[in-house]
Design a protein around this ligand. Sequence first.
Ligand SMILES: [Zn+2]
Length: 657
Amino acid sequence: MRSYRWTGWPRLISAGRVAPRPLAYCPITLAILLTLMLSLLPGTVLAQAIQLHVDLTDAPRNIYHAHLRIPVKPGATTLVFPKWIPGNHRPSGPIGALTGIKMQALGQRGMGQRGTGQPLAWERDPLDMYAFHVTVPPGADELQVSLDAITTKDSAGSGGPAASSNLLDLNWNAVVLYPQGANSDAVEFAPSVTLPANWKFGTALPVARTDANQVEFAPTSLTTLIDSPLIAGLFYRRIELTKPGETPVHVMDLVADSEAELAMKPEDLAAYRKLVAETGALFGARHYRQYHFLYTLSDVVGGHGLEHHESNDSAAAGRTLLDDDLHLVYADLIPHEFAHSWNGKYRRPAGLATPNYQEPMVGDLLWVYEGLTQYLGTVLAARSGLWTPAQYREALARTAAELDHRTGRNWRPLEDTARSVQILRMMGPQWQSWRRGLDYYPEGELIWLEVDATIRQQTHGQRSLNDFCRSFHGGESGPPKVVPYTFDDVVHALNEVAPYDWATLLRERVAATSTRAPLGGIERGGWKLVYNDHANALTQADEKLGKSSDFSYSLGFNAGENGEFHDVIVGSPAYAAGLGPGMKLIAVNGRKYSPPVLHAALKAAQSSADPIELLVENAQYIKTYSVSYHDGNRNPHLERVSDQPDLLSDILKPLTK
Ligand SMILES: [Zn+2]
């Protein structure tokens, strides 16, 4: 999962059966228990597939209409709406957007002819908002459910709408109900959709047949259905990323709000093909039958990436393929989501490998799930050519500086940011440095860089994290499956690559508080974090796109277009002067605020003993704050330490020719 800071911040096929997903704890007992529970559920029969049809013709006004036909037995039954969404790692199922729910029973006996259904009253559970109780009358063998999903926000795990005038993103979890207590591997769906006229689509779901705008998919498990989103649009392009005859097939399905935005430069096409080759060389096996890069380019539907076994659902700004700044900022989005197919989907922390979507998830190991993916995503962006090594280093410097100025690391260990994902993800930027955010992403990246550099040093360059990826994420190629892991499994696999006290190192990094960020990987890699008055390339692009200004490492704040402070770093000169997030900068030394005016004031203060005077509005009151600061502009970069081997550059070298 990824989302972006300046807009907001971040599955398989089976014509027959899907590879069973191992259960989180004691698989055999749980499986027996679930089978037993299912056979005892009075209202449901699961031998037949649930028919699901989704009418997407109203997508441009952001409402999807779904119709389900669920095989049932008479008696009390409970249907549930998916609550804990994989990749979101939190109870983000859009239950508030579920609307228009109507149920009716059909059967042979006691209710007239088949087809004349009997309306049924349903009741939401008073404690669990995601559960619906209904009593199936005698003689009924089918429950028909109509429901609508409002997709104006949060429907794809991000803040924005799922559809626009010209394109849509369908996450099946928003349009299904399934029997309470069922294992999602054991519930079969026969899905179909009606698309708006002339729209084309992409998905990893295998298609059974198409007829104009009607598409029928092969029956599949609920697990695979929810793991296989569909994108569609009036402007669509399919790009083959594997050579003819090569398997498994890799396809990029692009949808955009205009034809012009689908234009991909030859160097990007080459980079995405190289990305596919690099993952093959890195992991040594693939855990999918075919892979779809579902890529939405839109200024309306955008800013997220969601990983699946056999696809990724990524959405970037409309002109990402055309604009250099957007290209720079989004370069690691697709490598990140693609790497999740191995790290996150195939290998998954035991606490996140739940048997269905109602079981709570435990996020403690997200510094592996997301942190290692963040590391691999950025490294793969450089190895495939989506970033130059210099651009990679600018991105790494920015990450390192941000974490090194997180004053919240004094009280909150990294592991707690992972465990708290369900309360942290939707928090705004205010007091972020003190509260900490989803730091298991960027700090996880720094930790895995440290692990990689340490393996290389310990083995005198003979081994690296590439070897860990091959043994931990590789194995045998084949259809999707989940192999859960624990902290001890990670430590064991690292020791197989290079003996070291990994348990102590990792526990210290994730469970202890520390005033400084883990910069050991940069230092062991032959580089150091420095600050100077040259702009950081990534920050500069972000500032331009987000119309914001970053003074984090000088005065200690970043501000929006209108001068509003997004965050003020605790302990910084701005904080010492009394400033806080939400206040608005009006003038600098008597002159109306603009970023160039403040940059000039920082420069002038270097040769002056006078404080910088900031006129600030706070909840309708205006006041001048004096900030005593004389060190000028400070932007993060990496600088080479010449007497040490350049391991970082070695890490960025492609594994393929
Ligand atoms: Zn992710």
